[in-house]
Design a protein around this ligand. Structure first.
Ligand code: ATP
Ligand code: MG
Length: 286
């Protein structure tokens, strides 16, 4: 089942001369980790904002095509053009690049409970979801902390916890590690893997660390200049190393090296991991 269907979507921001999204179509399948990569300015963040209806409901412009969100529990469909963001946010949880920009409460637990209180859940349901969100994001014990005092990785996990507490059908993460040091990045990407594997949560992940996407995504979209230029499994995408380089997508070291070795006839298939790189080298060149 598709939780989101994007159909012939085009969008131009007000006063912008160019379209930021040009006739984009794809589906998000239930339970998958869909990775999105592409150079800076290719439209990845704009696309994320269309998935929970911020575009076109709050950020307006020239919008055509449709984004349909399906509630996997009821099967009901919502066209983002006709559905308030408040409703869509319970189905599509969006976490932005900069964690500080979405944290505004005095304590970790208030931060997580905030959205639930606004939705009018009763006390027991709020507590149940709060405990679950703290547990799954590894923030237990930090309930009373002041969010700005947390590390970058903890802050980003808190932003994810606040969204997860809404129990959305899809979690959309827009470059969640770009502001983090390597430790924070590991924490957040570890959490994404856990959500996907242990909890079966559907995740759309924009990430310029292509390494993680090629290792762990089920499918990958590559964007360039407002369009989806490649779509496939990580293997399919790794096969297009030349195109990725031309677009300005940074390749993980194993893929970069295997790409050079393939040109010299010293390797047959592209290597996504170091192990594949080391086991795939042929010498003398075949
Ligand atoms: N609020 C805005 N008003 C006008 N143009 C915008 C606005 N936000 C983004 N754009 C333009 O839309 C295009 C796509 O931008 P977007 O931020 O979606 O790209 P991105 O792929 O997320 O880039 P990055 O990797 O740097 O985050 C760019 O040309 C950008 O200048
Ligand atoms: Mg962006």
């Amino acid at each position: 089942m598709n939780v989101i269907s994007v159909e012939n979507l085009s969008f131009r921001y007000r006063r912008a001369s160019e379209y930021s999204l040009k006739n984009v179509s794809f589906d998000v399948r239930q339970g998958e980790l869909l990775g999105i990569i592409g150079p800076s300015g290719s439209g990845k963040s704009t696309l994320c904002l269309t998935l929970n209806g911020i575009i076109p409901n709050s950020i307006k412009g020239d919008f055509s095509g449709d984004v349909i969100v399906r509630d996997p529990e009821t099967g009901e469909e919502y066209n983002t053009k006709e559905t308030p963001v408040a409703k869509l946010s319970t189905l599509v949880g969006l976490v932005l690049q900069n964690p500080e920009s979405q944290l505004f409460n005095m304590t970790v637990e208030e931060e997580i409970a905030f959205g639930l209180e606004n939705l009018g859940f009763d006390r027991n349901e709020i507590l149940r979801r709060l405990r679950w969100a703290l547990e799954v994001t590894g923030l237990r014990g930090l309930e009373r902390e002041f969010p700005p005092n947390l590390s970058g990785g903890q802050q980003q996990r808190l932003a994810i916890a606040a969204v997860l507490a809404m129990e959305p059908a899809v979690l959309v993460l827009d470059e969640p590690t770009s502001q983090l040091d390597p430790v924070g990045r590991k924490e957040v990407l570890g959490l994404v893997s856990l959500l996907r594997k242990e909890h079966g949560i559907t995740v759309v992940l924009v990430e310029h660390h292509t390494d993680y996407i090629l290792r762990f995504a089920d499918r990958v979209l590559v964007m360039a200049d407002g369009e989806i230029v490649l779509e496939g499994t990580p293997r399919d995408i790794a096969d297009e190393a030349e195109t990725l380089k031309r677009l300005g997508v940074k390749l993980p070291p194993s893929l970069e090296i295997s790409h050079e070795l393939r040109k010299r006839g010293m390797m047959k298939v592209p290597a996504i991991t170091e192990e594949e790189l080391l086991s795939g080298i042929e010498y003398p060149p075949g």
